[in-house]
Design a protein around this ligand. Structure first.
Ligand code: DGT
Ligand code: CA
Ligand code: CA
Length: 365
């Protein structure tokens, strides 16, 4: 599995859901912010999904009951908000789209996490990798207003751990020759795949650090977990688990966003500036051999609020219908929000399906 010269960047967005809520409402950024999944049974039943770093100082974290979080934050000006997963998922897609500019292969690992194979962009030059990492952070910050943490190392596992220890708003490079010493002293539960149960069992054997785990005999490890997991853990603890970065699922959408030449709310001006991105998404759809029936717009306001609107049509969409739908969605949004000024605008195609030959032939007419 060893692939020479592999350089992997792992990106994880900081306090993702809570950070989006802060962006949407900057007035709350200096307060504890807790995003909750309300179960609806009683007023406060449910769990915490994401907490900003201020709330974490009080012991609030994902997975604890809302009632418990309220008790921990009693007497503060904490803000509790319901989770709005659809919006977070849309923003996640925007982040992944930005990441695709920086790597040929992007593996989306979760709503706020991805691994990028940047080998072909940086060779084995880790100072170039560092620059690329800073550039990715800058782009995500500039385009979406979001902070993230990046770890860069010789494989996915080490890169993910590097990001984990560098949180928040961090960038951590682990060069290949530093891998063993970087891992050695870290608590074993930092290794992805070591949960609370396994941590306890390992502790009974005196295994506390990743370095201890790397030294543990395969026989002993195998007594605790199945063979496949034991093999993974052993390699991972040595920093030698070289599973390649691979796209996991089919792409669900195609989007492009631009920064407008001036802030504006003039729909015709927006449409003029969107003509290149619209051509780009159509070209991309054609090169992927897909048609689409979903059209969305992305609007980012001058204060970095992200607003999305979309429409699903009954038929595969051609260029003219795409333009008409985008214009219509911007018109509706700007009429609905008279004080909205746009700084950035974008277009999104979704509900992608393999194109029949006929659709792709008529695509650009
Ligand atoms: P971080 O990365 O430590 O700065 O903080 P988050 O909030 O980004 O945490 P992360 O990366 O583990 O998870 C990404 C998002 O997934 C998070 O914003 C909310 C959601 N999430 C994480 N853990 C839970 C959980 O236990 N329950 C629910 N409902 N959602 C969760
Ligand atoms: Ca995160
Ligand atoms: Ca995450």
């Amino acid at each position: 599995m060893k692939r020479k010269g592999q350089v992997v960047a792992h990106i994880d967005l900081d306090y993702f859901f809570a950070q989006i809520e802060e962006l949407r409402n900057p007035g709350i950024a200096d307060k504890p912010v807790v995003v909750c999944v309300y179960s609806g049974r009683t007023e406060d039943s449910g769990v915490v999904s994401s907490a900003n770093y201020i709330a974490r100082r009080y012991g609030v974290k994902a997975g604890i009951p809302i009632v418990r979080a309220k008790a921990l934050l009693k007497g503060t000006d904490a803000v509790f908000l319901p989770m709005r997963r659809d919006e977070y998922a849309q923003i996640s897609e925007q982040v992944m789209e930005i990441l695709r500019e920086f790597a040929d292969v992007v593996e989306v690992e979760s709503i706020d996490e991805a691994s990028l194979d940047i080998s072909s962009r940086v060779g084995d030059d880790y100072s170039k990798a560092m620059e690329l990492g800073s550039e990715i952070k800058r782009r995500i910050r500039e385009l979406l207003g979001l902070k993230c943490t990046i770890g860069i190392a010789c494989n996915k596992v080490v890169a993910k751990i590097a990001a984990d220890v560098a949180k928040p708003d961090g960038l951590r490079i682990v060069k290949p020759e530093e891998t063993s010493s970087f891992l050695a002293e870290l608590p074993v539960e930092k290794l992805p795949g070591v949960g609370e149960k396994l941590r306890t069992k390992l502790a009974e054997l005196g295994v506390k650090t990743i370095g201890d785990l790397a030294q543990l005999s395969m026989d002993k490890l195998h007594q605790l977990v199945g063979e496949k997991t034991a093999t993974y853990l052993k390699l991972a603890a040595r920093g030698e688990y070289y599973e390649p970065v691979a796209e996991r699922r089919e792409r669900k959408q195609i989007s492009r966003i631009i920064t407008l030449k001036q802030n504006t709310r003039d729909v015709e001006e927006i449409m003029r500036q969107l003509s290149t991105p619209i051509n780009d998404v159509l070209t991309k759809a054609e090169s992927m051999g897909v048609s689409f029936s979903g059209v969305g717009i992305i609007a980012i306001s001058t204060n970095l609020r992200i607003i999305t609107r979309s429409k699903t049509l009954n038929e595969p969409v051609d260029r003219q219908l795409l333009m008409d739908t985008v214009r219509h969605l911007f018109n509706a949004l700007l009429n609905e929000q008279p004080s909205l000024m746009l700084r950035r605008a974008g277009v999104r195609l979704f509900d992608l399906k393999p194109a029949s030959r006929q659709t792709s032939l008529t695509f650009f007419q």
